[in-house]
Ligand binder design. Sequence first.
Ligand code: SF4
Length: 694
Amino acid sequence: VIEHGVPEHSVTTTCAYCGVGCSFDAEMKGEEVVRMVPNKNGGANHGHSCVKGRFAWGYATHKDRITTPMIRKSIHDEWQQVSWDEAFSYAASEITRIQAKYGKASVGGITSSRCTNEEVYVVQKLVRAVFGVNNVDTCARVCHSPTGYGLKQTIGESAGTQTFDSVMQSDVIFVIGANPTDGHPVFASQMKRRLREGAKLIIADPRAIDLVDSPHVKADYHLKLQPGTNVALISAIAHVIVTEGLVNEEFVKERCEWDSFVEWRDFVALPQNSPEVLGLAMGVPAEELRAAARLYATGGNAAIYYGLGVTEHSQGSTMVMGIANLAMATANIGREGVGVNPLRGQNNVQGSCDMGSMPHEYPGYRHVSDEATRELFEGAWGRPLSNDPGLRIPNMLDNAIEGSFKAIYCVGEDIVQSDPNTQHVTHALENMECVIVQDLFLNETAMFAHVFFPGASFLEKSGTFTNAERRISPVRRVMTPKNGMEDWEVTAKFSNALGYPMDYKHASEIMDEVASLTPTFKGVSFKKLDELGSIQWPCNDEQPLGTPTMHIDEFVRGKGKFFVTQYVATTEKVTPKFPLILTTGRILSQYNVGAQTRRTKNVAWHSEDIVEIHPHDAEERGISEGDWVGIASRAGETVLRVKITERVQPGVIYTTFHHPESGANVITTENSDWATNCPEFKVTAVQVTRVNQL
Ligand code: SF4
């Protein structure tokens, strides 16, 4: 544990890890952090924290930090350290050259959920107003893009409906494809408090997560479904609710589009959607499905919490809409204790989407084809804007391979390690003529870069993060940026070099611009954040102090809309050659691809990615605990060490993706969600074989 010295002053800021968004006091001695103390007034954490926020901040001063800009003509050359001016000038000339040679659409940008809202905003502004295209995307593409799409379609807003505190009013908690104790530990503790008070728990997960059976909490139902069968699950539960008369018709008549309800009702009532039929596809007994459905519909306030086990599927968007259908049909939405609650993985997934870093939407989720919105932004930014949706990350990569996409500005995102089918990603990057990476470290994507802009850690910058409950929290600078400037300044100066001045003097001025152009942020300012501590959007004239619970009297889209959820089996099928299904997740002490957590001094972070396999499957293959095994899929191969456990069911294996050397994404396929292209990370057919000790 890195705690030393006597603090001289403290600064309240926000954790840069998961979507809980805990508030911390950084206790400082000069420019050195002495310790991070969870803030008792933190709206999301109330003085609690997990090991990552409390102890895993040492990466900010790690020796691997790159603090000087670098350029190179070819990825085979050595990096040359240059001044900031040279780096900006070179990058700007390359973008200009490439657009002149290959056309406007040959360039784009990628933002990250690790960026602040203000950083994301200026990157998407640069791409739209200066590059002149809407080719901007974010890492939410590979995690929660189906949430954005599915919730927008059904209830009108691409965001969770509740506060975390709302769980204390829940009688039934339904966790689908999420592992809160590892992924969202502080919220998991709050959830467990409510469960210890007597709330009922339903879990739908192929794997026995800790909440299924922990010392003080036991799930009432663990629906151990096969990976890839979520939509079968939601349709089967809906079938029970509809056919057993458990719909709250009064609520539906008053709050929802009746025709859409009738279409959905008639569809889910079909015998093909019964638990007896769909249970076979899922591998879940029909009686368990019926009992869980009855509990959800009749057990009092019922809240759904879900994670990437819902979204990272070929039917991710369908499943999100199915969840919203259930909440509307049973009136479990629009008050405390209920709702549809996506658990966001990264600190600022919600914010990066709010700030317009999707190729089809301006800040505030307004479509680029909307004339009035485009005119608003053209007026504010003084440049003509395109009304054509731009390229998503997978489209950019495909176009790079095909030869028409040539330059990328990638801020805080390591697409080589985060995106599926690594070979495809690296091939695309090799085909580009200018890859600009802005990051703390020379990450895997930087191996293919021509320009490296060093970034600043969360301790070195000002701005805001927005957590999973739409809570905007301040990020305050506690030390001088080691690279000389904050990340929004890097983007602004890059823009200046491209001939489009961005003259912000402080991150607060960027938020002021966001507020002036975005109705849901109209009442947000750094001054108000200082006064209130945090604000849950929408925050405007109607809700000047923010909005903890959404959709109380009506849905954001007016009437809620039901969507038919036809289960379609994934094309990723087991075969004699690939007889097992691999699914993935994370562990408490690591964070995503580990770029930060692997660079802390605490030994707790020196873990490795391990593959879990059921005893039956291990025995069949002559595999013992601790063996190294080769895992081969249609996309690639990797080698991992084995843990034999009944947490996974026969036929399913599980691993994490925190270490680049284990390369879980080398084997994941290119299947993706039909609506958003979110990769189907959670279903990969594989074979596992014992290999010689490494
Ligand atoms: Fe940070 Fe999430 Fe842990 Fe809170 S729960 S300290 S936000 S990683």
